[in-house]
Design a protein around this ligand. Structure first.
Ligand code: PFF
Length: 456
């Protein structure tokens, strides 16, 4: 191997750190903004049930697969596959590419959360009366020639600062501080929302299963959301697991991460819908609940109608900033670790090169919503192309090939060792996992991929 040797490679200090950093990657904008909006649009509790099923059937086996690949090889995503089976190195390149492209637009949205946080703190967010006014503000902000780009850059530079400090001093230390902070803030917000008068209607909206809204598309939406939310198919879990110590129990870590990720998504829904119903903000059909509109239009209007609205807005956007940061850290690390180990660069140099590329890509993605909206790839803006290419093509293909690799090619001895399955005692679990990885995951992911391309 080029770059670091095994002995000099960073290792996380404790098993708790392993859970915190991996949960940091999983818990992100996907949980706090995308999940509630999707559940609201797709039958509430019915979507939740489907989502949990996807996490158990596909998410957990694939997370275990990525954890095993990472810790067995103790390499970045490309180096991991190269070490285990040279012919599969391309899968590592796919992971690094997905992480790189996702970062391009994730930084833009993270920048928006930072700008809204700043406006909440300075009080400028509380100046308007109607959701329509907030829509105008958001639309103008998104297409502004430089403001969103500058905020995306600030986010890139904050992430760079942590990554450049290294795995132990940067990523691990920040996860130990940011993840508890995120939970406390979220519990406070959900508690406040649930205590508002007539909040039960919002709880019912989120949790009552409405199976009439479930279609095959809903299943695919739940699956895509589960993948994105668990950070699967883009090398994050491989890279982070390569830093886990030998004592870390991969099965328990994967279950903890999946549970934490789902609990955060649910709490985010409970922080949003009961308060929104209580304030009567959802009684109008005009009020947007989907996509970025929920967070950047509906919620600011909601906070404005509450007592101490400015404070709640600041707390909520702080939550989004923290969640986004722990995820950008993991994606930035995938690219940094690759450059550091495969291109023989110093860690600081690798982080710097990733950062400079991200300043460029995030600016392009951000400007493509305004000034550069004429620059199109197959009819899509640069921002939308990055989203489409990663979510619909590269991620499902990455998941599909990872399950095939670990199910069929990965040495059984190594898999047993990594999963702590010894002797005959627990062989049933291994057989079950292999069955999922060999047959169930590939078939479902192939269907998802073909459907995304409109071929099914
Ligand atoms: N899981 C993160 C979220 O839910 O927002 C996003 C993400 C992070 C996706 C890291 C992919 C990844 F590799």
């Amino acid at each position: 191997m080029k770059g670091e040797t095994d002995e000099s490679r960073a290792t996380l200090g404790s098993r708790l750190s392993a859970v915190l950093v991996a949960a940091g990657s999983a818990v992100g904008l996907g949980n706090i903004w995308r999940f509630p909006a999707m559940a609201g649009d797709n039958g509430g509790g019915a979507f939740l049930l489907l989502y949990i099923l996807c996490v158990i059937v596909l998410g957990l086996p694939l997370m275990l697969a990525e954890f095993s690949v990472g810790r067995a090889s103790r390499r970045n995503a490309v180096g991991a596959y190269r070490k285990l089976d040279r012919r599969w190195s391309f899968l590592g390149y796919n992971s690094v590419l997905v992480a790189f492209l996702i970062l391009g637009f994730y930084y833009v949205v993270s920048g928006w959360t930072l700008e809204y946080f700043v406006h909440s703190v300075t009080g400028t967010i509380g100046r308007y009366d109607t959701p329509d006014a907030y829509r105008g503000i958001f639309e103008n902000f998104r297409i502004h020639p430089w403001r969103p780009t500058v905020y995306a850059w600030i986010f890139v530079l904050i992430t760079h600062g942590v990554i450049a400090l290294g795995v132990r001093r940067g990523i691990e230390r920040s996860a130990k501080f940011l993840m508890p902070l995120l939970f406390v803030v979220l519990v406070v917000l959900a508690g406040h929302s649930l205590l508002m008068p007539d909040s039960d209607e919002g709880v019912r909206f989120l949790l009552r299963p409405d199976f009439s809204k479930v279609t095959p598309r809903t299943v695919l939406a739940a699956l895509g959301q589960a993948f994105f939310s668990l950070s699967i198919g883009m090398g994050c879990m491989i890279t982070y697991a390569s830093y886990f110590n030998k004592e870390t129990d991969l099965r328990r870590t994967a279950v903890n991460v999946a549970v934490l990720d789902t609990v955060v998504a649910l709490l985010a829904g409970l922080a949003i819908f009961p308060a929104a119903y209580s304030a009567g903000i959802f009684s109008s059909a005009e009020v947007p609940t989907a996509g970025p509109d929920l967070v950047f239009i509906t919620l600011p209007a909601l906070f404005n109608s509450m007592a101490w609205g400015g404070l709640w807005a600041a707390v909520f956007f702080l939550l989004l900033v923290v969640a986004a940061l722990t995820s950008t850290l993991s994606l930035h690390e995938v690219v940094t670790a690759y450059l550091h180990e495969e291109w023989c660069m110093s860690r600081k140099g690798a982080a710097g090169l990733t950062t400079v590329s991200m300043l460029f890509l995030s600016a392009l993605a951000s400007l493509s919503l305004g000034m550069l909206s004429d620059w199109r790839i197959c009819g899509l803006t640069i921002f939308d192309s990055l989203d489409f290419l990663t979510a619909n093509i590269l991620m499902p293909v990455g998941g599909l090939l990872t399950s095939i690799f670990v199910g069929w090619r990965f040495e059984r001895r190594l898999l047993r060792r990594e999963l702590g399955i010894r002797g005959r005692q627990r062989s049933g679990r291994l057989t079950f996992l292999l069955f999922m990885l060999r047959w169930v995951c590939p078939v479902i992911l192939l269907a998802v991929f073909l459907d995304n391309l409109g071929l099914l």
